[in-house]
Design a protein around this ligand. Structure first.
Ligand code: CAA
Length: 379
């Protein structure tokens, strides 16, 4: 075991930290209030190489390891989880899935601009009646000569209106159940593809979450990723890595709330001394720091297992389950440490508390992570 980060990993972490403070922090409260997507910041993140970090340089990526990606996610999420979810979906669900399973032509056409951050991608699995129960896909793609005809609705899609490329999971053979599910690359602007309403959310309000409607959309056969029937495996394998990204986001939200609380507790005085000198607050800080460190170890371990080519499905589920609980617990305590100031927007922690909740829901709820973990244990 080696707990030291490499020079390169430290440089990535520092670059992300600097960017978060100089470019994400100013305006983050306004974007949250107005539910405004961080368009300019996401563009800059692309230019800095944050949108395709693990992709091979041959396809315009950074060629970095998963741990570097986790470090960047952690730093950016300390300040702006709306920007970081956009980055996470682009990196671990869209770019990773395309690089691992896409054809050479698909990578040339789609992966290159996605990895450089020139365009954004979205991952479309959830439906009005298929969230946790992801095998119950109603979206259908029917083969008709050299193309498929796609019909259906997807819900809660991150980068819903800002993406240019969408990986859409759909049934191609309903009789085969989840083994009859396939995955397609769909471009924005194709006839019959409509971006639906934007969701008005509790947290990550700056992120761009929409429903999507497909009515007789013609998808060329060459836009299917892998064979027919490969779509559910594609979704599960992709989500195994995606969950490391969301675990890192949860870790960052918790660590951000902790850092704001630590600084505040040293400045704010009560009963004649900084509140950090009161045991009631000092013990809260100790609990926060300990649980964050435990979450960090789980998240980094899942990333390292992935980089080593070992099985990481259960490690990523454990990391997400635990880190998202820590994000909830720590942010609630951070508001408490700040007292009345914690309840107003200026001090950031109330936003982090609202942002934390989604990490227990998307890319598989905490209950789904327990299914994945328990099946792994009992297998
Ligand atoms: N890794 C690899 N394969 C997996 C897997 C995993 N983590 N979980 C399940 N599978 C495989 C199973 O091995 C099985 O394969 P075989 O049939 O070949 O044996 C197949 O998938 C079906 O699995 P089950 O029989 O266990 O099916 P189930 O219906 O009982 O359970 C589930 C499946 C695990 C609950 C799955 O539906 C699931 O993960 N649901 C959650 C979906 C999810 O995470 N959605 C997130 C939406 S995307 C998002 O949030 C992105 C965003 O915008 C931020």
């Amino acid at each position: 075991m080696n707990f030291e980060l490499s020079e390169e990993q430290l440089a990535v972490r520092d670059a992300a930290r600097e960017f978060a403070h100089s470019e994400l922090l100013p305006g983050v409260i306004e974007r949250d209030n107005e539910a405004r997507f961080p368009t300019e910041q996401i563009k800059q993140m692309g230019q800095l190489g944050f949108m395709g970090m693990m992709v091979d340089p041959e396809y315009n990526g950074g060629g970095m390891d998963t741990l570097s990606y986790v470090l960047a996610m952690e730093e950016l999420s300390k300040i702006d989880a709306s920007a970081s979810v956009s980055m996470s979906v682009n990196n671990s669900l869209v770019c990773w899935g395309l690089e691992k399973y896409g054809s050479k032509e698909q990578k040339e056409k789609y992966l290159k601009p996605l990895a450089s951050g020139e365009i954004l991608g979205a991952f479309c699995l959830s439906e009005p009646e298929a969230g946790s129960d992801a095998t119950s896909q109603k979206t259908e793609a029917v083969l008709d000569g050299d193309h498929y005809v796609l019909n259906g609705t997807k819900n809660w899609i991150t980068n819903g209106s800002t993406a240019s490329v969408y990986l859409v999971i759909a049934q191609t053979d309903p009789e085969k159940g989840h083994k009859g599910i396939s995955v397609f690359i769909v471009e924005k602007g194709w006839e019959g593809f409509v971006v639906g309403k934007k969701e008005d959310k509790l947290g990550i309000r700056g992120s761009d979450t929409h429903s999507l409607m497909f009515t007789d959309v013609k998808v060329p056969v060459e836009n299917r990723i892998g064979e027919e029937g490969f779509g559910f495996t594609f979704a599960m394998e992709t989500l195994n890595g995606g969950r490391i990204g969301i675990a890192a986001q949860a870790l960052g939200i918790a660590a951000g709330a902790y850092e704001f609380s630590l600084a505040y507790s040293k400045e704010r005085k009560a009963f004649g001394q900084p509140i950090s000198r009161h045991q009631a607050i000092a013990f809260k800080l100790a609990d926060m720091a300990t649980s964050i460190e435990a979450a960090r170890l789980l998240v980094y371990k899942a990333a390292v297992l992935k980089d080593q080519g070992q099985d990481y499905a259960h490690a990523s589920a454990m990391a997400k389950l635990y880190a998202s609980q820590v994000a909830m617990d720590v942010t609630v305590e951070a508001v408490q440490v700040h007292g009345g100031y914690g309840y107003v927007k200026e001090y950031h922690v109330e936003r982090l508390m609202r942002d934390a909740k989604i990490t227990q829901i998307y890319e598989g709820t905490s209950e789904i992570q327990k299914i994945v973990i328990s099946r792994g244990i009992l297998r």
